[in-house]
Design a protein around this ligand. Structure first.
Ligand code: NAD
Length: 380
């Protein structure tokens, strides 16, 4: 059986990591099953490649196709800073309603880590992906819209703003928060995880982040009564999940000092962005950090790193993040044996010290290999 996967190559190191990574995914399926199943890869255009071919960075055809898809995978896309471009990633997340960004943080033995016991790190972050300060509702200082809001905020609300203030809005809804937390709880139950921790800044932002926390507890009581218990409420028999919450800044400290105490994390957009990269750094950095963005219909897998422009075209990129995102996709379609093969191959390459430059610098004994060679090692 062939599963169709729409893919976007991406900008910067995108081409290199795809060239190294895609054959590894195909080979893993072949080795695991040998029964003709596999992926049917169909390319969609986005980013510079799309601009050169169509004059648009994100052609409507790409979006329309993705709206009908259930599986897709992308490389990184560049967002030029301060040139009036909206991030293509944010546009796709919002247009396709990819509300959950899910990033597992798993340690591979042999990688140097800034935490004392990286082998205890095994967390999965569920980041809300469409709301919060990333919703794109903001106005430049001096614009007519900002001025209008400023006079209202200053004159009627007594807010500390002046004519030179840029204005941004932080919308967070009950629906958006609950569907994210629901997904995190369901995952924890399915995977027999112990806890879901909501990381928020509700102490400061009561009606947005504080509401996120409250909606989480409300949802647990409404939909998961008996299977999800609130921290401290009662002891937790096997099969039940503890729902707890932490203030986000304390959470950053906690996951560094006591990572073993945390399991599934559900968090609003901005906190999730920071937490995901910080946690990825515990286990080897962005080159080994996979991810998936999900709507209710589409699972859109992607490495968490960007286009890495300074190493583009130099055969230095680590294709690990793309390959491990592929492993997540294999699990998503139920081809777990192929995913296991990929993780074992990555584990073996790391234990032998055959790694790309980003990891070689962090390891005592390493023989640095290029992007293409790393793919070949996994294929062997
Ligand atoms: P980046 O992830 O591209 O790079 C951060 C650092 O990590 C750099 O030192 C880079 O060399 C290194 N790095 C990243 N991926 C690597 C890999 N696979 N192997 C080895 N080293 C790797 O982040 P940035 O520099 O902040 O962003 C560059 C561009 O990428 C920007 O235009 C940004 O908007 C875009 N970006 C896109 C995505 C996405 O498409 N999902 C995510 C993040 C950034």
């Amino acid at each position: 059986m062939k599963r169709r996967v729409y893919f976007i190559e991406g900008d910067g190191i995108g081409r290199e990591v795809w060239a190294a990574g895609r054959p590894v995914l195909d080979r893993a399926v072949e080795l695991a099953f040998g029964d003709g199943r596999g992926f049917e890869w169909v390319e969609l255009l986005a980013g510079k490649k799309a601009f050169e071919a169509t004059g648009s960075y994100l052609p409507q055809e790409t979006l329309d196709t993705l709206k009908t898809a259930d599986l897709a995978m992308k490389g990184p896309l560049e967002t030029p800073v301060g040139k009036g471009f909206r991030s293509l990633n944010v546009t796709m997340r919002q247009t396709l309603d990819l509300f959950a960004c899910i990033r597992p943080i798993q340690y591979f033995k042999g990688i140097e880590s800034p935490v004392k016991h990286p082998e205890r790190v095994n967390m999965v972050i569920f980041r809300e992906n469409t709301e919060d300060v990333y919703a794109g509702i903001e106005w430049q200082a001096g614009s007519p819209e900002a001025r209008k809001l400023i006079s209202f905020l200053r004159d009627e609300m007594g807010a500390n703003v002046d004519e030179q203030s840029g204005i941004g809005i932080k919308p967070m809804t009950a629906k958006g928060s609950k569907r994210l937390i629901r997904k995190a709880i369901q995952f924890a139950l399915d995977q027999r995880r112990e806890s879901v921790t909501m990381a928020h800044k509700g102490n400061i932002m009561k009606f947005t982040e504080g509401a996120f926390r409250n909606w989480g507890y409300e949802l647990a009581a409404e939909e998961f009564s008996g299977v999800v218990v609130r921290e401290g409420e009662e002891c937790c028999p096997p099969g039940r999940v503890v729902l707890q919450d932490r203030i986000a800044d304390a959470m950053f400290q906690e996951v560094l000092i006591r990572p073993e105490k945390y399991d599934v994390i559900a968090t609003p957009n901005l906190n999730g962005d920071y937490l995901s990269d910080a946690l990825a750094a515990q286990v080897g950095g962005l080159g080994l950090a996979p991810g998936v963005n999900m709507s209710s219909d589409l699972a859109f897998f992607e490495p968490t790193h960007g286009t890495a422009p300074t190493i583009e075209g130099k055969d230095l990129a680590n294709p690990g993040s793309l390959i491990l995102s592929g492993a997540l996709m294999l699990e998503h379609v139920g081809w777990n044996e192929a995913a296991r093969k990929i993780r074992s191959a990555v584990e073996l390459a790391i234990s032998e010290g055959r790694v790309t430059v980003d990891l070689a610098g962090q390891m005592a004994k390493a023989k640095q290999v290029g992007c293409a060679e790393f793919g070949q090692i996994l294929l062997a």
